[in-house]
Design a protein around this ligand. Structure first.
Ligand code: ADP
Ligand code: MG
Length: 652
């Protein structure tokens, strides 16, 4: 008969303070199916080390170890995990149950990693627990169970996937005599049912329950003998209990099920550390809020500017003297005249043409004096800029042609010159020229007018002839007629004026070009400020990484247990990665919702702040936060998956 387990001259040494400490000195041993073996020896003799090698949690430094004829040295980590999962069942002195799972859930863990269907899983775990007398304790947490009960749960877990070989390291070490005897009775019964049992103990009374007793001292086998008291017991039929591997375990739904379980485990871990999870999330929440609200704010501002510009009429072309904006010589360019205005208004592409002249002036009324800006404009200009009056009226085209000495003043001017008295019909002196006030403009938030400036508007005809005594204009605005494209109108206009002036001593600006330049400016601005917001998101991500690393360290024992019952490295990786992604995703969602709520509140409180939320930025935020989860969660998750199971188990 082929031995189930075959060790050949197995040595194991540890690195210790620069030197090597050999703990096992060439162990050779064969165990056959159906045996019940006790390994006995004093504390520190190397029993646990040997047991860990047998259970594929550890590998020999030298020598060979075969399981069922297969050399374990040739197996990959996932193959070893499969052996631990499907072939071995571990029972530890300190039970090693997962504290946040119920008895039944603990028992099911190995089956989850084996890819057993949920229904089948719960049925089997219930059955096994019932057989071990825990049918009434399925939903109890380990902390609610006695030591003996916990050890029975761990036996059930060892049996979950078949447990053809049960490895028990001091299974009674932490139990009182009665519970210990119970556990031993269960192990004997399992052996009678066909399970191969390997038991480690320092207690000869416990070892006496086994049919074969191996004594180990200082890492070497001292004796290996059959137990005289039990020799007459019939040898059990070998190798039963291994559940038939189902094809389902490799199917997509099994994969999905494992993913779902990893998801649930991650969720439970998050719930188990609510406060910490919340604080970690806070970093992501703040980061996401920063990004989403900054983008909304920038978009809102640019939309507002765009709306203001389009209130100028989408198809306007403005002509200024000089070579370009800010040309120092533009003050001396006096070629833009009223005749140009009339010439342009005769063109088919011009729907309407209006003029403006402007200069700084001195305003006077009684003994009050102010510096102000006087603008000579066409009546059209009010409509173009979207100005309305709060008192009186605007002047009309008729007033302009009649060259009337009237004016419309803005809100600030009215307040400064007239205070509470009604300005309509009163006369003010503008550079000593008397103008009758016919209207007061409504106060308006405009990006084009400084809130503290004083503005007086009068017909450009009156401004040119009476106020400034100049025959040239500061600018001409042409509204492009329907059916003409701005580009075509621009070309025709430039040709006409160049011909009239003899050279191009003017420059034009169409609302199109303004919009383009503003939208590119706001884009740059948005990108810049978003980059700053993204930095806060990255800081949040680093927070996630930090907490995940802490979490891995804190849950090292849990990871060790999961590995001992057969979790693959990928299972551990997935669990921690999912946890990181979930923290980030939930943080992202909460951040988005909070931003919306906050934005709504701000907008109801103040109308001057315009937020424009875009679904794209929300999607981007959520996408980024999951990327951050993956990016910053990967390192800790990989660290977890690469833990050495024995060292992990040893950690308290
Ligand atoms: P037992 O289970 O028989 O009490 P162990 O197998 O746990 O003994 O330990 C055997 C010897 O190996 C002890 O002297 C222990 O100090 C040493 N040992 C165990 N694990 C390590 C380790 N990770 N590093 C260094 N020495 C170890
Ligand atoms: Mg030990």
């Amino acid at each position: 008969m082929q031995p189930l387990i075959e060790l050949n001259n197995v040595r194991r040494s540890y690195q210790q303070g620069g030197g090597e400490l050999e703990v096992l000195h060439g162990i050779s041993l064969q165990i056959y199916p159906g045996e019940m073996v006790a390994i006995i020896g004093p504390s520190g003799s190397g029993k646990s080390t040997l047991m860990n090698i047998i259970g594929c949690l550890d590998t020999p430094t030298s020598g060979s170890y075969r399981v069922n004829g297969t050399d374990t040295a040739k197996l990959l980590p996932d193959d070893l995990a499969e052996l631990r999962r499907d072939f071995f069942g571990f029972i530890f002195q300190r039970y090693h149950l997962l504290g946040h799972l119920s008895a039944q859930e603990n028992v099911e863990v190995p089956a989850i990693y084996a890819g057993v269907r949920p229904g089948k899983r719960s049925l089997r775990s219930e059955q096994i627990l019932a057989q071990l007398g825990l049918g009434q304790r399925l939903d109890y947490k380990p902390s609610q169970l006695s030591g003996g009960q916990q050890q029975r749960v761990s036996i059930a877990r060892a049996l979950m996937n078949g447990g053809q070989i049960i490895l028990a390291d001091e299974p009674t070490g932490a139990l009182d005599t009665k519970s210990g005897a119970e556990v031993m009775k269960i192990l004997s019964k399992l052996n009678a049912q066909g399970h191969t049992i390997i038991l480690v103990t320092h207690d000869p009374k416990i070892a006496a329950c086994a049919k074969r007793i191996i004594t180990i001292e200082d890492g070497s086998i001292k004796s290996d003998a059959l137990n005289a008291d039990l020799v007459d017991a019939p040898p059990a039929a070998g190798g039963s209990g291994s559940i038939v591997k189902n094809i389902w375990a490799k199917s997509f739904s099994a994969f999905y099920d494992r993913f779902k379980e990893a998801f649930i485990m991650a969720w439970r871990a998050m719930l188990a550390n609510r406060m910490r999870t919340l604080l970690t999330m806070l970093g992501i929440i703040i980061g996401i809020m920063a990004v989403v609200s900054v983008v909304a704010l920038a978009r809102g501002a640019s939309e507002q500017i765009m709306a203001n510009i389009s209130s100028l009429g989408t198809n306007t072309i403005t002509i200024y003297p000089g070579a370009r904006m800010g040309d120092v010589r533009s003050g001396r360019v006096r070629t833009l005249t009223e005749r140009d205005l009339h010439a342009l208004s005769g063109q088919p592409f011009a729907d309407s043409v209006s003029a403006s002249v402007q200069a700084s002036v001195l305003l006077r009324r009684g003994n009050l004096e102010y510096n102000a800006t006087a603008q000579g404009v066409s009546a059209e200009m009010f409509r173009v800029y979207g100005y309305t009056v709060s008192q009186g009226r605007l002047f009309t085209q008729g007033d302009v042609t009649q060259n009337l000495q009237i004016c419309v003043i803005d809100h600030n001017t009215a307040e400064n010159l007239f205070g509470r008295t009604d300005p309509i019909g009163k006369t003010i002196l503008v550079n000593a020229v008397p103008l009758a006030v016919v209207g007061v403009l409504e106060e308006k938030d405009s990006p084009f007018v400084r809130p503290d400036s004083l503005n007086v508007y009068l017909p450009y005809t009156a401004a040119m002839t009476r106020l400034f005594k100049q025959d040239y204009l500061s600018s001409i605005v042409v509204r492009v007629a329907q059916g003409f494209s701005t580009a075509v109108a621009e070309r025709a206009l430039v040709r006409l004026l160049t011909a009239r002036h003899g050279r191009q001593d003017f420059f034009i600006q169409s609302s199109d070009t303004i919009m383009k330049s503003i939208s590119s400016a706001t884009l740059t601005f948005t990108l810049l400020i978003s980059a700053i917001a993204v930095i806060s998101l990255v800081v949040g991500g680093i927070g996630v990484m930090n907490i995940m690393l802490v979490s891995v360290t804190e849950r090292t024992r849990e990871i060790g247990i999961r590995m001992a019952v057969g979790a693959r490295q990928s299972d551990i990786l997935a669990q921690f990665l999912i946890e990181a992604v979930m923290v980030c995703l939930i943080g992202g969602f909460v951040g988005v919702i909070l931003t919306f709520a906050l934005g709504h509140a701000v907008q109801t409180l103040s109308s001057s702040i315009v937020l424009s939320f875009s679904w794209a930025s929300v999607l981007a935020a959520v996408f980024t936060s999951s990327l951050i989860g993956i990016g910053f969660g990967f390192m800790p998750a990989r660290a977890a998956s690469r833990l050495n199971p024995i060292e992990a188990l040893a950690r308290e």
